[in-house]
Design a protein around this ligand. Structure first.
Ligand code: ACO
Length: 333
């Protein structure tokens, strides 16, 4: 399966409106021109119209036909500020604070998604992950039945003997610094659902640890064991197993030896890491040492899709994340 081609084809089949808050930034502009020309999504760029048009001209690209909103001038800013005030007044936000906050394109874009004026948002070429997540968590919040927003990477591994033909999901590598056992169970369930619904995979979820099926005793191991138990209680229909060491999860021979009764050991295509340090380090090691393509981090669990970019991203990365966001938006209708 060519994951990215599948996402682009799906995105084109039912066009969604996606807002790019970093509309004045060059990689966003180059990506916007491609997305518009290839009809992957209908875009809204945020920023000063003159600045955006001048930059596009300098770059020699056409952004004709793409909507531009300037939060400083838009007639929508007042409506969004009112909504933000209503949503956050119990947390101490005043009307004055709300009006000022809505001049920030990250908040304007998130309110656009909340109010249904866009179906998804992609940002992060300039802003940090926290800058994107905080308005998303405050305004769009989690989808019904989901307690935790988390993230995953689609890892395209050159050695196709791993995962599903070389495709694996890694979670959570970008959001929750130290999930407790309930949160870890929720992350495992969300990622299994994502594997099934977004990536068209048959999920086999390994919950990773430095221990396999009780081989070591430590409070960190107990956390993973309890998370597996909770995930299994909540969703007995999903193949979620652990605790497993990475080699037992990935290598058939080791899996058979260390966890002979497991249906996931040796065949895992979804890896759930015990915390953010392990997850973030883990995906970067596989990316650098194994030459894997890491697509993401893609957020899961928001009521409407909001996605992050790496600050080192290319315009091609932005095109890819917009396509994935559009497919998530189709699935959350
Ligand atoms: N799921 C659902 N709700 C959440 C979550 C979550 N994971 N985290 C926080 N919330 C809620 C809070 O309950 C709170 O709700 P409320 O204000 O309505 O009561 C709201 O979101 C805001 O929470 P805060 O506590 O104010 O936000 P916090 O300062 O904890 O920030 C954040 C949350 C941004 C997700 C933080 O945990 C964070 O910075 N995570 C790490 C991001 C990061 O740096 N990743 C690594 C880099 S990415 C990379 O390398 C690819």
């Amino acid at each position: 399966m060519d994951f990215l081609k599948t996402m682009k084809d799906l995105a084109k089949s039912d066009i969604q409106r996606i807002v790019l808050p970093e509309g004045e930034e060059e990689r966003n502009l180059v990506a916007a021109a491609t997305i518009h020309a290839e009809k992957i999504a209908e875009l809204i760029l945020l920023g000063n119209e003159e600045v955006i048009k001048e930059k596009a001209k300098k770059l020699g690209i056409s952004i004709e036909g793409i909507e531009i909103h300037d939060p400083a001038k838009s007639e929508k800013t007042g409506t969004y500020a009112k909504e933000f005030y209503e949503l956050r007044k119990a947390k101490g936000v005043t009307e004055e604070m709300a009006a000022k906050t809505l001049l920030d394109p990250m908040y304007y874009g998130t309110l656009m998604v909340k109010m249904g004026d866009a179906q998804g948002m992609v940002s992060g070429a300039v802003h940090t992950t926290g800058d994107l997540l905080r308005p998303g968590l405050q305004i769009v919040k989690t989808a019904p039945g989901i307690s935790v927003v988390s993230s995953f990477f689609v890892m395209l591994i050159p050695n196709k003997s791993y995962g599903q033909d070389g495709t694996m999901l890694f979670a959570d590598c970008a959001v929750n610094p130290n999930p407790n056992e309930d949160e870890l169970a929720a992350i495992a369930i969300s990622t299994a659902e994502t594997a099934k619904n977004l990536c068209r995979m048959d999920p086999k979820v390994a919950m990773l640890s430095f221990s396999t099926m009780g081989s070591a005793k430590h409070e960190n191991v107990t956390k993973v064991q309890n998370a597996v138990k909770k995930a299994n209680e909540q969703r007995p229909d999903l193949a979620i197993e652990g605790e497993l060491q990475a080699d037992a999860a990935l290598v058939e021979k080791v899996g058979k030896q260390k966890a002979p009764n497991s249906k996931v050991a040796g065949e895992a295509n979804v890896l759930v890491f015990p915390d953010l340090q392990a997850g973030n380090i883990g995906y970067k090691l596989v990316q650098r040492l194994a030459g894997a393509e890491a697509i993401g981090p893609i957020c899961q669990g928001f009521a409407k899709p909001i996605n992050d970019l790496s600050r080192g991203c290319s315009s091609e990365d932005i095109v890819n994340v917009v396509a994935i966001t559009a497919v998530q938006a189709q699935n959350t209708k």
